[in-house]
Write a protein that binds this ligand. Structure first.
Ligand SMILES: *[C@@H]1O[C@H](CO)[C@@H](O)[C@H](O)[C@H]1NC(C)=O
Ligand SMILES: *[C@@H]1O[C@H](CO)[C@@H](O)[C@H](O)[C@H]1NC(C)=O
Ligand SMILES: *[C@@H]1O[C@H](CO)[C@@H](O)[C@H](O)[C@H]1NC(C)=O
Ligand SMILES: *[C@@H]1O[C@H](CO)[C@@H](O)[C@H](O)[C@H]1NC(C)=O
Ligand SMILES: *[C@@H]1O[C@H](CO)[C@@H](O)[C@H](O)[C@H]1NC(C)=O
Ligand SMILES: *[C@@H]1O[C@H](CO)[C@@H](O)[C@H](O)[C@H]1NC(C)=O
Length: 433
C-alpha cells in the first residue's frame, strides 16, 4: 500500500518533468514554486520528490520542516555529470557555514572528493547525524500560479549534503528535504534562485498535499482561495536543536510562543516556564515538526493535558476505554457526534501572543481513529527530558495551511480547511504548462 503510493507519485512527477518540458524559455520567471507532499502510510512521515542531476532523476526524500541541510545518501546510485563538490573556503562552503575541509582516501565519487568542505547530514527521525560533503547539482522544480503547477524551472547549483544515514526513513526515500531557517535550507535557496519573496507555505494531509514557495494566492478545489491567515511571531531558539551542530549555532526549527493551553475554554494547569525557550540551554518552548507524527509533550504537560481532556470528555458523556499505544487516552465513539471538522470532542486551544490569537484544534486534528469504534487523543508523552516542551506534530498540522514568512518572521495559519469546505488534498495537480 505504502510503496504503491510512492511508486504512483514517482511516475506522476516523472511524467510532468519529462525532458521535453524542461525546454522552457529562460526568460520565464516563476513567482512561486511547488512541491507535492505525500504521507507515507507505514512510517507516517511526509515525503516529497525533487528532480535532481544530469540526466535528471526524481528522488524521493522525507519532508523535514525544521531541517537545516537538504541531504541525499550518495551511496544510493548517485550518477550525475553536473555534480560539483564544494571546494574548501569557497562561497558555497561559507553559505553552508562549513569550515571543515575534508579529504577522502577512496576512489573519487560523489561524496568522496578531496579539498571539499564537510557537512553533517542529520537524520532528524532517528537523531543520527553523520558526515558528508557539501556539493551542488542541478535541480528541476515546478513553478505554480497558486492554483495549478506551471512550467518546470531549473536551479543549476542547488546546495546539498552528499551523505547521511537513511535508516529509519520511509521506504524508497534517499534523504531529507530541509525546510528549516538557514541559508542552505530549501526555502531560502529557492527564493535566492528566482528572487522570490522569502516565504513558503505547507499544506499536509493524509494523502497528497502541497508546499508553495514564494508569493502566490493559495487556491484549492473547488475554487477556494485560502487567505485571512491568523499570524503569530516565529521565535528563534538561540541553541541548535539538531542532533549534531557547531557550537553557537541557532536552531533552524520553527518555534512559536504558546502562552497557555486550554481545553473547552479552561486553562490546563501547567508550569508556564516550560513554554518559554531557555536562552542558555535551548530547552523549552513550542516548535512545529513534520517528523513527529503526533504532537509530543513533556511528561508533566502531557499528564495535565490528558487529565483535563478526559474530564472535559466525561462531562460530555464520552466514555473512556483502554488505551491503545502510543496514546494515553482513548474513547468510545458511542456518544460522539461527527461534524464537518471531525469528531465533536472538547476543543483544544493553543493560546499565542494574546488571548484572542488562538490555534484551535478540533476533532479532525485531535482524535485518531484506531478501529473498533475507538478514537484516541492524538498526543504522546515525550518523557521528562524532552528538550522542547511541546512539539506540534504532523497529525495536528494536517489540513491546515501554515505559512512561514522568513522576511517578517511570522507564521500564518488557516486553522482547519475542513471548516472552509476544502482540504489540503484538494490542490489541482493538473499542470497548465
Ligand atoms: C585525495 O588525495 C590523496 C593524496 O593525494 C589521494 O591519494 C586520493 O586518492 C585522493 N582522493 C580523491 C577522492 O581524489
Ligand atoms: C504578493 O502578491 C500580491 C498579489 O499578486 C501582491 O499584491 C503583493 O504586492 C506581493 N507582495 C510582495 C511583497 O511582492
Ligand atoms: C517549572 O519549569 C522550570 C523549567 O523547566 C523549572 O526550572 C522549575 O523548577 C519548574 N517549576 C516548578 C514549580 O516545577
Ligand atoms: C450525560 O448522561 C446523563 C445520564 O444519562 C444525562 O443526564 C446528561 O444529560 C448527559 N449529559 C450530556 C452533556 O449529554
Ligand atoms: C533526565 O536527564 C537527567 C540529566 O541528564 C538524568 O539524570 C536523568 O536520569 C534523565 N531522566 C530520564 C528519565 O531519562
Ligand atoms: C484542474 O486544472 C485543470 C487545468 O487548469 C482544469 O482543466 C481542470 O478542470 C481542473 N480540475 C478541476 C476539478 O477543476
Amino acid at each position: 500500500m505504502a510503496s504503491s503510493l510512492i511508486i504512483f507519485s514517482f511516475l506522476f512527477i516523472f511524467s510532468l518533468t519529462s525532458p521535453s518540458s524542461f525546454a522552457k524559455p529562460s526568460s520565464f520567471r516563476p513567482k512561486a514554486l511547488l512541491l507535492p507532499i505525500t504521507k507515507d502510510k507505514s512510517t507516517l512521515q511526509y515525503t516529497t520528490i525533487i528532480t535532481q542531476r544530469t540526466p535528471p532523476v526524481p528522488v524521493s526524500v522525507v519532508f523535514d520542516l525544521g531541517g537545516r541541510d537538504f541531504w541525499i545518501d550518495c551511496e544510493k546510485n548517485y550518477i550525475s555529470s553536473t555534480y560539483k563538490p564544494a571546494r574548501c573556503n569557497s562561497a558555497v562552503c561559507s553559505r553552508a557555514a562549513s569550515n571543515g575541509c575534508g579529504t577522502c582516501n577512496s576512489p573519487p565519487r560523489p561524496g568522496c572528493s578531496n579539498n571539499t568542505c564537510n557537512s553533517i547530514p542529520d537524520n532528524s527521525v532517528t537523531g543520527w547525524a553523520s558526515s558528508g560533503e557539501i556539493a551542488t547539482d542541478v535541480v528541476y522544480i515546478q513553478s505554480t500560479s497558486g492554483s495549478n503547477p506551471g512550467p518546470v524551472v531549473q536551479i543549476p547549483n542547488l546546495i546539498f549534503d552528499c551523505g547521511g544515514i537513511i535508516k529509519g526513513l520511509a521506504k524508497g526515500t534517499v534523504g531529507m528535504a530541509a525546510m528549516g531557517r538557514h541559508n542552505v535550507g530549501l526555502p531560502l535557496q529557492f527564493a535566492a534562485a528566482f528572487s522570490l519573496q522569502r516565504k513558503f507555505a505547507v499544506c499536509l494531509t493524509s494523502g497528497k498535499g502541497v508546499a508553495f514557495f514564494g508569493n502566490v494566492t493559495y487556491k484549492f478545489l473547488p475554487d477556494i482561495e485560502i487567505s485571512r491567515l491568523t499570524t503569530t511571531p516565529l521565535l528563534i531558539n538561540p541553541v541548535s536543536s539538531a542532533s549534531a551542530y557547531t557550537q553557537g549555532e541557532k536552531s533552524s526549527e520553527y518555534f512559536i510562543g504558546v502562552t497557555d493551553i486550554k481545553i473547552s475554554d479552561k486553562s490546563v494547569p501547567i508550569n508556564k516556564t516550560m513554554l518559554k525557550i531557555n536562552g542558555d540551554t535551548g530547552f523549552g518552548g513550542t516548535k512545529l515538526s513534520t517528523v513527529n507524527p503526533y504532537t509530543v509533550m513533556e511528561t508533566s504537560i502531557y499528564n495535565a493535558f490528558t487529565s483535563a481532556f478526559i474530564r472535559a470528555a466525561s462531562a460530555r458523556n464520552i466514555s473512556r476505554v483502554s488505551s491503545v499505544k502510543p496514546f494515553g487516552a482513548c474513547f468510545s465513539t458511542a456518544n460522539v457526534g461527527v461534524t464537518r471538522v471531525g469528531y465533536a470532542v472538547p476543543e483544544i486551544q493553543l493560546v499565542l501572543q494574546s488571548k484572542d490569537v488562538v490555534w484551535r484544534i478540533f476533532g479532525a486534528n485531535s482524535m485518531v481513529s484506531v478501529g473498533n469504534d475507538v478514537i484516541c487523543l492524538g498526543f504522546v508523552d515525550g518523557g521528562v527530558n524532552e528538550s522542547t516542551s511541546v512539539v506540534i506534530g504532523g497529525f495536528q498540522l494536517e489540513d491546515n495551511l501554515i505559512e512561514f514568512d522568513l522576511a517578517s518572521n511570522r507564521l500564518g495559519f488557516s486553522s482547519t480547511l475542513l471548516g472552509r469546505s476544502t482540504n489540503c488534498a484538494n490542490f489541482n495537480f493538473t499542470s497548465t504548462a
